[in-house]
Write a protein that binds this ligand. Sequence first.
Ligand SMILES: Cc1cc2nc3c(=O)[nH]c(=O)nc-3n(C[C@H](O)[C@H](O)[C@H](O)COP(=O)(O)OP(=O)(O)OC[C@H]3O[C@@H](n4cnc5c(N)ncnc54)[C@H](O)[C@@H]3O)c2cc1C
Length: 396
Amino acid sequence: MRRVALAVALSLLPLLPLAWQASDLGDVANLAGLAGAIVMWWQVLLGVRQLSHRLGDDRLASVSLHRWLGGCGAFLVLIHPLLETVVDRQGWAYVLVPDFTWAESAYASLGRLAFLMFLALWLTSTLARYLVTHRIWRYTHYLSYPLLALVFVHSWGLGGHLAGHPWLLAYWLGLAVVFAGVVLWRLSVSAWALPYRLVGVERLSPTVRAYTVEPLGRAIRPRPGQFCYLRTSLRSRAHPFSVVAGGNRLTFAVKDAGRFTERLRRLAPGALVHLDGPYGAFTREAQHGPRRPAVLIAGGIGVTPFVELVRRNDDLPLSLVHVVTSPKEAVFGEELRDRLGDGYREVVRPARPDIRVTPRARYFICGSPRFVETTTAGLRACGARRDQLYTERFDC
Ligand SMILES: Cc1cc2nc3c(=O)[nH]c(=O)nc-3n(C[C@H](O)[C@H](O)[C@H](O)COP(=O)(O)OP(=O)(O)OC[C@H]3O[C@@H](n4cnc5c(N)ncnc54)[C@H](O)[C@@H]3O)c2cc1C
């Protein structure tokens, strides 16, 4: 992801000469708008998983970069209309109330609409993230596509720096063309998901089932710890699940959560599903980094990325702590205990895991966002360094 961060910085370079020449607040407002649009452009690109995965398979790094850029983009996008309001000596309503009576104000109003969309997107991703459901958060995120299209038309229609610099206009058109290509690709990509047939369903606990699928054509070859996106039809939403058994056939262990997992429960063997992937690099360091003890810490169904890792790496110094709400929910417990012996520990809530922190060990933590947060904070409080911690949160 360092390369992507560098590419983001390079993509802003064309604005540098304009920054030197900026002579008044209007120029600064204009520049903030252009820079904000470039950052948003990257945000959209990084938000398309099929694309960000090609830029680097470390999901955490790409999500972190996406969030960090979101903060920078928000700052630029927010100050652009505020400065314009000051420059034009207008009241605050100027930022929000559209006016389509004449050409210039119509182009400005496209920017206002984009700004309102941006506010909804920004609020549901930051301050109100935990007040809205995952579904609402996701649908609001789709606003980023029309939003960016409006931003391109707004900046092109109003001219500003673009009108005075043909090379900048060409650059802008280039960005717009790439954006249009990415949107078209994003819309068609679900059609490329690989068809699989459900060949087995097994109940692992009162709330978890294992689904085994077999390819009907080309097969996905995940590494231990990776996940795939699963959908029940080409039109349905794709949901991520870690692979608990890889090979030609793939198995996923799925815990009851909401609408999608309920739909999965209704599928009978023989049903057609679609997969894309594999994604992620969560446990890569445990297998390929220098040989150091790896402590795997799973909250409930968060054990899934560790199952294949343990199965396929008898020779690695692995231990696993599985935190569950009841012994029945300790899926794969028997097999993991057989393989890891004393290295496997089951902790039933409300008991808390007592994990010894040593300077050489690495800690891999997976589960719900709350579990990951509290476990990470606990390890940090016991002296674990940031570079010893690897996390995977079972949300977006
Ligand atoms: C990398 C990764 C690997 C995962 N592996 C597993 C696994 O092996 N087994 C398992 O049972 N669960 C796994 N999950 C979680 C699983 O994706 C969600 O439980 C599932 O999507 C819930 O969908 P739903 O409609 O049934 O429930 P909902 O009620 O819609 O969602 C319940 C919660 O699941 C999360 N979620 C919902 N949709 C998505 C989505 N499209 N992408 C990411 N998170 C979502 C949100 O936090 C949401 O609050 C994984 C999640 C991630 C991000």
